[in-house]
Design a protein around this ligand. Structure first.
Ligand code: ZN
Length: 182
């Protein structure tokens, strides 16, 4: 049976996308100077950030919280946070940002990169659904914490200690074989 992820954790997933984008955006100049220092083109630092680290975050968060809508919104938030962090570092006063400054600072590839992250996230969600699913435990079969009620001898959950309705325990059907995958 796939592991169930609490649906209420979506703000955490979106925060993770945003935070990672901001961190990578803030690190971008460092990545570029590091690339230059170790003798490779500074552009490769940015390349690694956009084409390696950002997709890795898209995969990691989509695996942790496998939902399509968060994968798409997360891709947008992550890219926007990266752009904003870069802009803030280049010029900390947003009131003085001019159109030429924005055009110069926002690499055109970022405008379409978010779509790539969304697609990578979508693929991850599809694959991750084999092991992880965002859903609440079926109350007829499981305690709220996810422990199976079937085969319990007392109306108390050994996992979380919740006192359960005795009828609920007695009437609980065996774990659903149709969704069992492991
Ligand atoms: Zn429980």
């Amino acid at each position: 049976m796939p592991r169930l992820i609490d649906p209420d954790r979506w703000p955490l997933a979106l925060a993770a996308y945003t935070f990672a984008g901001a961190i990578l955006g803030a690190l971008l100049p460092t990545l570029q100077t590091t690339a230059a220092r170790i003798g490779i083109r500074p552009g490769l630092g940015a390349f690694a950030c956009i084409n390696l680290f950002m997709p890795l975050v898209a995969v990691a968060v989509a695996f942790a919280y496998p939902r399509f809508w968060t994968a798409w919104l997360g891709a947008i938030l992550m890219t926007a946070a990266l752009i904003l962090a870069r802009l803030c570092i280049a010029n900390p006063n947003p009131l003085t940002w001019t159109l030429p400054f924005l055009a110069k600072s926002i690499h055109p590839i970022l405008v379409i990169a978010w779509l790539g992250y969304a697609i990578v996230g979508t693929g991850t969600v599809a694959v991750a659904s084999n092991w992880r699913r965002v859903d609440r435990p079926d109350p007829a079969r499981y305690c709220e914490c996810g422990y199976p009620l079937y085969a319990l001898t007392r109306p108390r959950c050994p996992e979380c200690g919740t006192i359960l309705d005795a009828r609920r325990v007695v009437q609980s059907p065996p774990p659903d074989r149709t969704i069992s995958k492991s």
